[in-house]
Design a protein around this ligand. Structure first.
Ligand code: MC0
Length: 164
C-alpha cells in the first residue's frame, strides 16, 4: 500500500518540475505536421530509442516554464513493444505519460519505492537526449504512467533546432 508522505518536498528530494508530456501516435510524421504546422510548435529533437523501441520527436512552443513546454510524440518501432500494445488498446493513440524532471533518478526511485510505489525498472534506463529514466506504474498513480527523468549534463533542457 502506498504510504502518503506528509511532506512531499522532504520525501522526494530533487524534484525539478514537470518535464514533458508523452503522446503515443501511429503516424509520427502526420502528428508532427499537426503540431508544427497547425499549432506552431517547434521541433527541437528527434531520436530513435531502441531500448524503448520508439521513435520520438520533441516539440515546444517556447513558452511556459523556464525552458518552455515540451511535447514528446512517440511511435512504436516494434510490433510487440509496450507502446504498440498501448496504441492498439487505446484505438490508435492518446496521452501516454507525464514526465517529471528530477536531479537524481536513482534516489527519487528509491524514495518512491520506500513509500510502496511500484517502479518499473530496478535501475534507470536510457531516455531521450542521454537522460536516465524510470517509470511509476499507472496503477499506483491513479491511471497515469509517470516518468522520472534525470537529464544528462548541466543544461538538460537546452535543445537545438533541427528544422523538423
Ligand atoms: C498500460 N496501462 C496504462 C498505460 N499502459 N495506463 C495509463 N497509461 C499508460 N501508458 C494500463 C492498462 O490499460 C491496464 O489497465 C494496465 O495498465 C496493465 O496493462 P498491461 O496490458 O499489463 O500493460 P502493459 O503490459 O503494456 O504494461 C504497462 C506498462 C508498460 C506501464 C508496465 O507500458 C511499460 O513498461 N511502460 C514503460 C515503458 C514505456 O512506456 N516506454 C515507452 C515510452 P487495465 O485497467 O486494463 O488493467 S519511452 C519514453 O518515454 C522515453 C523515450 C523518454 O521519455 O525518454
Amino acid at each position: 500500500m502506498t504510504r502518503m508522505p506528509s511532506d512531499l518536498e522532504r520525501v522526494l528530494p530533487g524534484l525539478l518540475g514537470l518535464d514533458h508530456v508523452g503522446v503515443a501516435v501511429a503516424d509520427l510524421d502526420a502528428a508532427v505536421t499537426f503540431y508544427r504546422d497547425l499549432l506552431g510548435l517547434r521541433v527541437v529533437h528527434r531520436e530513435e530509442n531502441l531500448d524503448q523501441q520508439v521513435a520520438e520527436v520533441m516539440l515546444t512552443s517556447g513558452k511556459g516554464g523556464r525552458d518552455g513546454d515540451q511535447l514528446q510524440l512517440l511511435m512504436p518501432l516494434e510490433e510487440n513493444s509496450v507502446l504498440r500494445r498501448f496504441l492498439v488498446r487505446r484505438g490508435g493513440g492518446g496521452l501516454h505519460h507525464v514526465a517529471y524532471a528530477v536531479s537524481d533518478v536513482r534516489s527519487a526511485s528509491r524514495v518512491l519505492r520506500q513509500c510502496g510505489v511500484r517502479l518499473l525498472y530496478d535501475a534507470p534506463r536510457a531516455g531521450t537526449r542521454g537522460s536516465q529514466i524510470n517509470f511509476v506504474h499507472p496503477k499506483d498513480t491513479g491511471g497515469v504512467l509517470l516518468e522520472l527523468v534525470e537529464h544528462a549534463g548541466a543544461d538538460p533542457h537546452s535543445a537545438q533546432e533541427n528544422g523538423g
